[in-house]
Design a protein around this ligand. Structure first.
Ligand code: NAD
Length: 498
């Protein structure tokens, strides 16, 4: 069985903690690897390596840093199947879905290829007599990323290309549930020409996270995961003087207006609700049809599709949805369906106790459709993060909008309609960070930035794109004057340039 190790200064090491954790193949429920878990010793060693690497890397011309990204782009394209397979074996998502994850990661690498343009500073000549001003953005130093299980390659690659291209060194603490993709990403960067130590990988759980949050030489932390941990990471990281961006959980609603094309809307809900077994922070978990007639027509279209969903392991031809990540996730999700039913939701399609032939020990939850969900139910308030699509019937558009705006999460949302006025009003008034108009999963492309609102994010910056250039750099503004006029004596009033 594979032992999955830390990678510090380009070398694989088991560290000194002596602690390990099992990694599983969720499709068959079998242990596939043993992960070493790090703590402050491993983080301290990684920081030393990262500090030394930063000296050289930050002084490397941005065009040379970009050259590594160009190589990485080619490697990710050439080796996409291998990366996807590594993802699926530990996460469980289908091969096509894993390839989609690699493609979205690739986009961020491509954006980082253009870093020379993004790092151009500003310059003004003659801001005063013989005085010039320029501003530039300099890297922060050693920065760290803490990532979730649901996109084990893409979320690290939301962070690493931008942090490195802007001149920082990076320590990655991946999810302990599917850690192998992170090590592969590291190895591809080395193959792309990244010097050892610029990117280090420390595996582990809370102990490793706390060591990162408290380390005085780590200047910034990017976190993606659930809201309680995001808030914890933000609070503790800020308290130790770091710059922190912490992206949290979600409950994404899709409004279906009476004039929408219901075939399109149902197809969109199938993909956005059940793709990756609903384990996406941009999954649509709440369908909000406007009016009972729309709701009845929608349910009639959805029910047979949900029942017919092809559920199977990642390597099975035609599989549309895989298992959930762990046995605990399976029982938690099934428990939430049971609680929703007890609170009055109608279980239209029941995915509890789902079995897949030949994979009886796998962590399967069947696709589930709930109707007549109400705002006070636990299945509405909490993120389920599983293959459960709930329908909450709204009387009218205003009620649907009010519902979304009063939810604690504000990651993604969508409206399906043919009415331009409704769509425009929705885009303007909705209190959510990423909005789709007839687009169910509006994940911004890499040259925009990703980020929710409300308790789906803590910190001022979105992730990747232009926001990342600002997050991973600090502004320096230089005002300069050459000899003439310097000898005019001290000046005690607040300086103006006139
Ligand atoms: P998680 O919060 O359990 O774990 C995320 C990271 O935090 C992992 O690296 C984990 O090791 C670490 N961690 C877990 N418990 C900790 C603790 N007590 N103290 C310190 N660190 C701890 O999240 P997950 O289950 O891996 O991922 C699913 C969640 O991530 C969902 O809530 C999903 O919505 C969210 N997510 C959000 C986005 C986004 O962009 N907003 C993207 C992907 C996933």
């Amino acid at each position: 069985m594979a032992t999955i190790q830390h990678i510090i200064n380009g070398q694989r090491t088991s560290g000194s903690s002596g602690q390990t954790q099992a990694v599983f193949n969720p499709a068959n429920g079998q242990q596939s690897g043993e992960l070493v878990l790090g703590g402050s010793d491993e983080v301290n060693t990684a920081v030393k390596s990262s500090l030394a690497a930063f000296e050289l890397w930050s002084a490397t011309a941005p065009a040379k840093r970009a050259a590594v990204m160009f190589n990485m782009r080619q490697l990710l394209m050439d080796r996409a199947d291998e990366v996807a397979l590594t993802i699926s074996k530990e996460h469980g998502k289908t091969h096509d879905d894993a390839l989609g994850e690699v493609t979205r990661a690739l986009e961020v690498v491509e954006y980082a290829c253009g870093i020379t343009e993004k790092l151009k500073g500003d310059f003004n000549a003659n801001v005063g007599p013989g005085i010039d001003t320029h501003s530039e953005r300099q890297p922060l130093g050693v920065v760290a990323g803490i990532t979730p299980f649901n996109f084990p390659a893409m979320v690290p690659l939301w962070m690493i290309p931008m942090a490195l291209a802007t001149g920082n060194s990076f320590i990655l603490k991946p999810s302990e549930r599917d850690p192998s993709s992170a090590n592969l990403v590291h190895d591809l960067f080395i193959e792309a020409g990244l010097p050892a130590g610029v990117l280090n990988v420390v595996h582990g759980g809370k102990e490793a996270v706390d060591a990162i949050l408290d380390h005085p030489d780590i200047k910034a932390v990017s976190f993606v995961g659930s809201t309680p941990i995001a808030e914890y990471v933000y609070t503790r990281g800020c308290a130790s003087g770091k710059r922190v961006q912490a992206l949290g959980g979600a409950k994404n609603h899709m409004i279906i207006m009476p004039d929408a094309d219901l075939d399109q809307a149902a197809d969109a809900l199938m993909g956005a609700g059940f793709g990756s077994a609903g384990e996406r922070c941009m999954a649509i978990s709440m369908a909000v049809p406007v009016g009972d007639e729309t709701a009845d027509r929608l349910i009639a279209k959805l029910k047979p599709q949900v029942e017919a969903l092809n559920i199977g392991p990642y390597n099975q031809e035609g599989a549309e949805m895989g298992p959930v990540i762990t046995a605990e996730a399976k029982s938690r999700i099934e428990g939430m369906i049971t609680q929703g039913e007890a609170e009055g939701a109608h279980v239209v399609v029941d995915g509890r106790n789902h079995q897949v032939d030949g994979y009886e020990q796998g962590f399967w939850v069947g696709a589930t459709l709930l109707d007549h969900v109400k705002a006070e139910m636990s299945v509405y308030k909490q993120e389920i993060f599983g293959p459960v699509l709930s329908v909450l019937r709204a009387k009218n558009y205003d009620e649907a909008v009010a519902l979304i705006n009063s939810h604690e999460y504000g990651n993604g949302t969508a409206i399906f309609t043919r009415d331009g006025d409704a769509a425009r009003n929705f885009a303007s008034k909705i209190q959510v960070g990423m909005v789709g108009i007839n687009v169910p999963i509006p994940v911004p492309v890499a040259y925009h930035s990703f980020g929710g609102w409300k308790r789906s994010i803590f910190g001022a910056h979105g992730i990747y794109g232009p926001e990342a250039v600002h997050f991973y750099t600090k502004l320096k503004t230089v005002t300069s004057r050459w000899p003439t006029g310097i000898r005019s004596g001290a000046q005690f009033n607040f300086p103006s340039m006139n």
